[in-house]
Design a protein. Structure first.
Ligand code: NAD
Length: 500
């Protein structure tokens, strides 16, 4: 096993090895004997220092022309591409998802860099006619200031880039707190930003717990924006706390996503989609398919096809290219999965069609592995059909027609991603209109978002903000309306008009 590496925070332009709350370890979830690194555990002191530096730098960075800021982000994208393989391998080692998926995660960071860099030459506002002569009106996007970025572990590169690249292009500076399960990827990302030429104090990374570092960022009066991705439970706490200082809070939270398969669907295609949606990333995606809503006419056949294919999935260490499903990210996540399987078995007649157990023998002995698991006979109100499990567990529900399918799909507290497999164009359009979710796929799985379309959800999945696309700019800019009167005299709007 490799010797543990000591990682550092980057605060106020300096790499800092010590943390006011000591240190924490990061271990490989596929083999917990492998220590990926030892990290400083920071607290409010470090947050104060980071915010002060970011605030100072903001006054310089906001005046750098946006196309110049964007050049640095484009260069960061080039560096991510250059180091893609190393970054992806380290990511698999620290959080377990298979290499092809960590490569996809890094690629999403690259795509986001290039997309965000393009905004450096757009950042469009409006010009509008004024009601008075010799007067000009326009609206422009202004940066907001120091942005607090709090991120989860399941997309350790993609999610930080979704937030940090556009925020920097807009002229903001950043204090970044990554999840304690994935700090190594986060530190690598910050190294890349610095190598790309970002001014040192524009980015600060403060590793540590949610309670110590996260709360200090959320409470800080000099941080006007919080961009948070994580669980609905923590998101609600952050929004409540941030209300005290009237911060802008963008929340991207949990999901309970469903795939509908109608009786006219291409079943082979729909099985491919369900397998990938449910068991890709070990089910640890906010967009993972955790409910499968099957038309009664194809239900039994589809379940048989799916179980057969799911049986063949290879579980193991994601660094092995032939593995398709990695471990849960940590002990507590696997315990949660186990607990939900027990809940499912004890609930109203749900039956295990596949899996349901921890994998602990042989090659699995030192990791947090769990069998791909399928429940059938699930009813819409059961907890396994309502609550986010975040593991390789799929709940299958049976419906009689499209109206019922949409009703069942909508019947949760969340609204992130959704999918329908059908060859009927009318059914597809009705589903697109009636499904309550931020994302709907037709004849594709619930996962697979692209950076040029808005990403986010409705109901308990968020608070109305969207990441990716140009919509992310609304989180990281303030609108300013500007009136230029070149008449050389006092002109009074509205009053003059009324006076004729
Ligand atoms: P989490 O909510 O436990 O933690 C997310 C981040 O918040 C971490 O950095 C954590 O340290 C920090 N945190 C924890 N308590 C905090 C507090 N009181 N104050 C401030 N920060 C605090 O989530 P997780 O387990 O890392 O990630 C999984 C969750 O994230 C799932 O619910 C998943 O659906 C969600 N997620 C959502 C999206 C999306 O875009 N909608 C994307 C990925 C993940």
């Amino acid at each position: 096993m490799t010797e543990p590496v000591r990682f550092r925070n980057f605060i106020a332009g300096k790499w800092v090895e010590t943390g006011s709350k000591g240190t924490f370890e990061n271990r490989n979830p596929a083999d917990t004997r492998d220590v990926v690194g030892v990290f400083p555990s920071a607290g409010p002191e470090e947050v104060n220092e980071a915010v002060a530096a970011a605030k100072e730098e903001y006054q310089r960075w906001r005046l750098v022309p946006a196309p110049k800021r964007a050049e640095i982000i484009r260069h960061a994208g080039d560096l991510l591409a250059k180091h893609k393989e190393d970054i992806s391998r380290q990511m698999t080692r620290e959080m377990g998802k298979v290499l092809s998926e960590t490569r996809g995660d890094t690629q999403e960071g690259i795509d986001t860099a290039y997309y965000a860099a393009g905004e450096g030459r757009r950042l469009f506002g409006d010009t509008v006619p004024c009601e008075l002569p010799n007067k000009f009106g326009m609206s422009v996007r202004m940066p907001v200031g120091v942005c607090g970025m709090i991120t989860p572990w399941n997309f350790p590169m993609a999610i930080p880039t979704w937030k940090i690249f556009p925020a920097l292009v807009c002229g903001n500076t950043v204090v970044f707190k990554p999840a304690t399960d994935t700090p190594a990827t986060a530190v690598r990302f910050v190294e890349i930003l610095l190598e790309a030429g970002l001014p040192e104090k524009a980015i600060n990374i403060v590793c540590g717990s949610g309670g110590a570092v996260g709360n200090a960022i959320v409470d800080h009066p000099d941080v006007p924006v919080i961009s948070f991705t994580g669980s609905t439970e923590v998101g609600k706490k952050i929004a409540t706390r941030a209300g005290n200082t009237l911060k802008r809070v963008s929340l991207e939270l949990g999901g309970k996503n469903a795939q509908i398969v109608m009786d006219d669907a291409d079943l082979e295609l729909a099985v491919d989609g369900a397998l990938w949606g449910a068991f890709g990333t070990t089910g640890q995606r906010c967009t993972a398919t955790s409910r499968l809503i099957l038309h009664e006419k194809i239900h039994d056949k589809f379940v048989a096809m799916l179980v057969e294919r799911a049986k063949g999935l290879k579980v193991g260490n994601g660094l092995d290219e032939s593995v398709q499903v990695g471990p849960s990210v940590n002990e507590s996540q696997r315990a949660t999965v186990k607990q939900y399987v027990e809940i499912g078995q004890n609930e109203d007649k749900a039956t295990l069609a596949l899996g349901g157990k921890e994998l602990t023998a042989g090659e699995y002995a030192h990791g947090w592995f769990f069998e791909p698991t399928i429940f059938v006979g699930v009813k819409p109100k059961m907890r396994i059909a309502q609550e986010e499990i975040f593991g390789p567990v799929l709940s299958v529900l049976k419906i009689g027609d499209l109206d019922e399918a949409v009703r069942v799909l909508n019947d949760t507290a969340y609204g992130l991603s959704s999918s329908i497999y059908t060859r009927d164009v009318n059914a597809a359009f009705r589903a697109m209109r009636d499904i309550e979710a931020g994302i709907t796929y037709v004849n594709g799985p619930t996962i697979g978002a692209e950076v040029q379309l808005p990403f986010g959800g409705v109901k308990g999945t968020g608070n109305g903000h969207r990441e990716a696309s140009h919509t992310v700019l609304d989180t990281f800019t303030e609108w300013k309306s500007i009136y230029v009167d070149f008449s050389g005299k006092l002109q009074r709007a509205q009053i003059d008009v009324q006076a004729g």
